[in-house]
Design a protein around this ligand. Structure first.
Ligand SMILES: Cc1cc2nc3c(=O)[nH]c(=O)nc-3n(C[C@H](O)[C@H](O)[C@H](O)COP(=O)(O)O)c2cc1C
Length: 228
């Protein structure tokens, strides 16, 4: 008998199938599946094996409280104050890719270039958690530098691949770093922990136009140089 925590997908399939999903069904993921994904993610590498990630997973009532509060803050004009810096401006090729990313998403959502209200509503979907039943707040000590955040990024990708292999969709969410005081207060975690990003997860709603988005990549040869 197949259990919710059984995996039959191979690594290449999981890597190719994973993508950011921005519309979820109102259907919680079984605890056994969630636990399996986090157990696998814990096997991620980290410098000196310090395992610097601290994750707070909001489901059910805690998820609803945090989502409602964040939505109120953002619609009230409070753009928030992240625990960690993020570049507000990308330039050159990086900016080009950033613009193409938004354009691809808005195209699937049927939002025209000059549709300011449509764009605003699309951004607000972040603060509805894309209806995901679960949100993981991925944290590390505020005093840790970017060299430690690297480890947390590796952890996050392992987690999302594990989810994919278990049939669970996800969306990594920088938008979740804007109001770190909200999960901090609900979970009661220490002030020394900072929120790096969130990961929404659940089962994909395949009827949502945003989920038709397929983000391309530049050829790997533009990012990797080989030398013998
Ligand atoms: C750290 C991080 C933060 C992200 N933040 C958001 C976000 O706040 N909202 C969103 O819709 N997508 C977010 N994304 C998803 C990216 O837009 C997405 O990974 C990228 O466009 C590539 O598409 P794919 O994940 O479908 O392959 C984020 C991705 C990462 C890695």
């Amino acid at each position: 008998m197949k259990h919710s925590q059984d995996i039959s997908m191979n690594l290449e399939q999981a890597i190719r199938i994973r993508r950011s999903v921005r519309g979820f069904l109102d259907k919680p993921v079984p605890d056994a599946t969630i636990n399996k994904a986090f157990e696998l993610a814990q096997l991620s590498p980290s410098n000196s094996n310090v395992q610097p990630w601290q994750v707070f997973v909001a489901s059910g009532e805690s998820r609803n409280i945090i989502q409602k509060k964040m939505y109120e803050l953002i619609t009230g004009g409070d753009l928030g104050s992240p625990d960690f810096d993020y570049p507000m401006k990308f330039e050159g090729n990086y900016r080009k890719r950033q613009v193409e990313c938004a354009a691809a998403l808005y195209q699937e959502m049927g939002i025209a270039r000059d549709d300011q209200l449509g764009r605003m509503n699309a951004i607000l979907r972040n603060f509805e958690f894309f209806d995901a039943p679960h949100m993981a707040f991925v944290c590390m000590e505020k005093e840790f530098p970017q060299s430690v955040a690297v480890d947390v990024g590796m952890y996050a990708q392992t987690l999302m691949l594990a989810f994919t292999a278990l049939g669970v969709s996800s969306c990594p969410m920088g938008a979740m770093r804007n109001h770190p005081q909200v999960p901090r207060e609900v979970f009661g975690f220490e002030d020394n922990l900072g929120v790096l990003f969130g990961i929404a997860f659940g089962y994909e709603d395949t009827g949502i136009p945003a989920n038709k988005t397929r983000m391309g990549r530049v050829p790997y040869t533009e990012c990797v140089r080989f030398m013998n």
